[in-house]
Design a protein around this ligand. Structure first.
Ligand code: PLP
Length: 377
């Protein structure tokens, strides 16, 4: 570490010029616009249960994303759980150990045993060449993740699923708006889920969606998210409550109006980082067949020690990058047996996501780059 840099940074913190810079900052839309939607909700007092704004958001998202059978739900984790239920997933499901904990915990919560298949250490997505050897008579599904919006090798995965009669449910929580070979990446698999949590690229405060390949699965899931209720006096399916409400939909409609600007601003910072850092730290190898939605900027260090050094320097300058994803999910205490996933543990120990959001100022990005350059020497 170079001390003079650290001293300068603490000085700038002390001078109160900096607000804390977190890995992300929730995008809040124009208040006047949001108020107009809230007025609409007040005028009808229809606050949830398939309301007008929810219908409007559904239609606009289907158009924007270029998908069909999109079902809005209360959050991304419920989206996963509903997708498994609607598609009849049970027994074992093959998944990746390198993801946010919800990918695995949602399986365990539904009584499905997660079977990990290690990742490709360059793309950070599940390694398709290792999937077949993990399939057993109990396997009913594959649950891959488009990590940091980078497309999985969908063709290879689909071929395996077809060969063994497995369902595929993609965790596309990071893949909002990503195109693959000119069409939506989100239309792959029997289902793809999205998270609209406040920290995500597009958000509804809390929220999520499931995009189904088949209309029948969509219809079943639609019943499931509302207790299986079919009409005033009719319950025809086992269900739960996973509905999105009108206030969430109002937020979504406002953010969606701004999405192109959000993407442009993210792209600018993303490229700024890439240009400055590509020769200094290892970056994610992107699938060349998919577009970038600039949702994360992960950097990979030589080792964990280096990562911790850089993180500490940043923290003392009021900058809070996050160790995404850490720890590797094959180390979760509630999983038995834990089968060690070498690549995932290795990557998880030395990866960190840099702050990236529309309002991040260039000088702050430069400061982050400077710390990385000094500390990586
Ligand atoms: C955010 C996230 C989820 C969970 O979504 P919530 O809306 O927070 O429930 C699931 N998987 C991944 C990869 C995520 O990043």
């Amino acid at each position: 570490m170079i001390n003079i840099t650290k001293t300068c940074l603490s000085d700038s913190v002390n001078s109160d010029k900096h607000e804390v810079i977190n890995v992300t900052k929730t995008y809040l839309p124009d208040r006047t616009k949001l108020d107009k939607y809230i007025d609409k909700i007040y005028s009808t007092a229809w606050v949830t249960n398939n309301g007008q704004l929810l219908k409007e958001l559904t239609a606009r998202l289907e158009e924007y994303l270029g998908v069909q059978n999109l079902l809005l739900v209360a959050n991304g984790t419920l989206a996963l759980q509903i997708a498994y239920k609607a598609l009849g997933v049970n027994g074992q499901a093959i998944t990746t150990p390198f993801s946010f904990v919800a990918t695995t915990s949602s399986l365990v919560w539904e009584g499905i045993e997660p079977i990990f298949v290690d990742i490709d250490p360059e793309t950070f997505c599940i390694d398709p060449s290792k999937i077949e050897e993990a399939i057993t008579p109990e396997t009913t599904a594959i649950v891959p993740v488009h990590v940091f919006g980078n497309a999985c090798e969908v063709e290879k995965i689909e071929n395996i699923a077809q060969k063994y009669g497995l369902k595929t449910i993609y965790d596309g929580a990071h893949a909002f708006g990503v195109q693959y070979n000119g069409e939506s990446l989100l239309s792959y698999g029997d289902a793809t889920i999205l998270s609209f949590h406040a920290t995500k690229l597009f958000h509804t405060i809390e929220g999520g969606a499931i995009i189904f390949k088949n209309k029948e699965d969509y219809e079943r899931a639609k019943l499931m998210i509302n207790f299986g209720i079919d009409g005033p006096d009719s319950v025809i399916e086992l269900g739960i409550n996973a509905k999105m409400n009108e206030f969430q939909a109002a937020m979504g409609l406002c953010v969606l109006d701004e999405i192109d600007t959000i993407l442009e601003q993210r792209a600018e910072i993303w490229s700024h980082y890439e240009n400055a850092l590509k020769d200094i730290v290892q970056l994610q190898k992107r699938n060349f067949q998919c577009t970038n939605n600039y949702s994360y900027f992960p950097v990979l260090f030589e080792n964990e020690e280096r990562l911790i050094e850089v993180k500490n320097t940043m923290n003392s300058a009021g900058i809070n990058p996050r160790r995404y994803f850490y720890p590797s999910l094959d180390t979760l205490e509630y999983l038995h047996p834990q089968v060690s996933q070498t690549e995932s543990r290795n990557i998880a120990s030395r990866i960190m996501c840099l702050p990236l959001y529309p309002e991040l100022r260039t000088e702050d990005a430069d400061l982050i780059v400077m710390i990385l350059k000094n500390d990586s020497k």
